[in-house]
Design a protein around this ligand. Structure first.
Ligand code: AHR
Length: 320
């Protein structure tokens, strides 16, 4: 590893400074997690669109939520001699070996939307939001919304071991700490899917006096929130008022729920991670320009005050 580190900068810089490939000459492998959420579908659509617009030959591999499939895909991209690899890592750990192999092959890897627990010389850059901040914004919204009222929160976590599940939990907990009236009473993974979100919310409702003891739901993504909203309605309660709903992503469906008064707030995560990633790769390929290790995307809070129906109309055809 030490030797690999010594070669880190040199490998990326020398190998690629020599290359003057234009975007149109680039072949990029994209290891996508799967299609667990509306947000993920949009990211896939936009990545393919961006590649097409730039004349990039994109090789797409859907890992169906499995890290082992992602590792296989990355190895296959290396064997094919692609110019670069985009990797949306399903979980945070277990990447050192395969990232090292890409580096040894002088193929730059750009992480998309999630981070990894690996030395940062093993990848070129990461295009992600501040995932802790997203959780923080959601938590702060809830703290402000409930004021002094006692508020028992149930939490639907994202995929276990994924960086958004870890960081969004952390950020939310930071925001509510010091507010003794707001506490998380139940927390379980809903795997970022609608179906699991509904299923787990049903169990929360049963365990919490049919939902009467729940003041708010915090879901690590909108899809789980949409599933949970259905469960709340089926339990005879009103999502958005009996149980407040705050989540992350800003997919069109959550704006419809907000317009109906069934969801309260969401934190936007742009699905266009590929744009900044390809910009960085194009510069890097052209003259060796090193991007920053973290290309941060914006996080914006939306509430029912932000004309949800208008936002829905703006977003509904964007690939979600
Ligand atoms: O990594 C980003 C997260 O993954 C999105 O918030 C979620 O919807 C997706 O599945």
């Amino acid at each position: 590893m030490a030797i690999r580190s010594m070669f880190a900068a040199a490998t990326f810089a020398a190998g690629l400074m020599a290359s003057s490939a234009l975007a149109a000459d680039m072949t990029v492998g994209f290891s996508q997690i799967g299609s667990e959420s509306g947000w993920r579908a949009a990211e896939t659509t936009l990545t393919k669109q961006q590649a097409e617009e730039r004349g990039i030959d994109l090789k797409f591999a859907d890992a169906q939520q499995k890290q082992e499939n992602q590792i296989k895909a990355v190895r296959s991209f290396i064997a094919q001699g692609v110019d670069a690899i985009l990797l949306a890592p399903v979980v945070a750990t277990g990447w050192d070996q395969v990232l090292g192999e890409a580096k040894d092959a002088e193929i730059p890897v750009v992480l998309l939307d999630r981070t990894v627990d690996a030395p940062d010389d093993l990848y070129l850059t990461a295009v992600t939001s501040d995932l802790v901040h997203e959780g923080n914004v959601a938590g702060q919204w809830l703290v402000d919304a409930v004021g002094d009222k006692q508020c028992n929160v149930v939490e639907l976590q994202g995929t276990t071991g994924s960086s958004p599940a870890i960081d969004r939990k952390k950020g939310f907990e930071e925001a509510i700490s010091g507010h003794d009236n707001v506490k998380i009473v139940r927390s379980q993974t809903g795997d970022f899917t609608r179906t699991k979100g509904k299923e787990v919310m049903e169990s929360f409702l049963k365990a919490e006096n049919g939902g009467k003891d729940i003041c708010a739901l915090y879901a690590h993504n909108d899809d789980m929130a949409v599933g949970a909203i259905q469960a709340i309605k089926e339990a005879g309660l009103k999502p958005g008022s009996d149980i407040l709903v705050v989540s992350i992503d800003a997919v069109p469906d959550i704006f419809q729920a907000m317009a109906n008064g069934e969801a309260n707030a969401t934190v936007e995560l742009t699905p266009n991670m590929a744009g900044p990633a390809f910009d960085a790769l194009e510069k890097y390929k052209a003259d060796g320009t090193m991007p920053p290790k973290w290309i941060q995307t914006e996080s914006k809070l939306y509430t029912q005050k932000d004309d949800p129906m208008k936002v829905y109309e703006e977003k509904k055809n964007l690939g979600y």
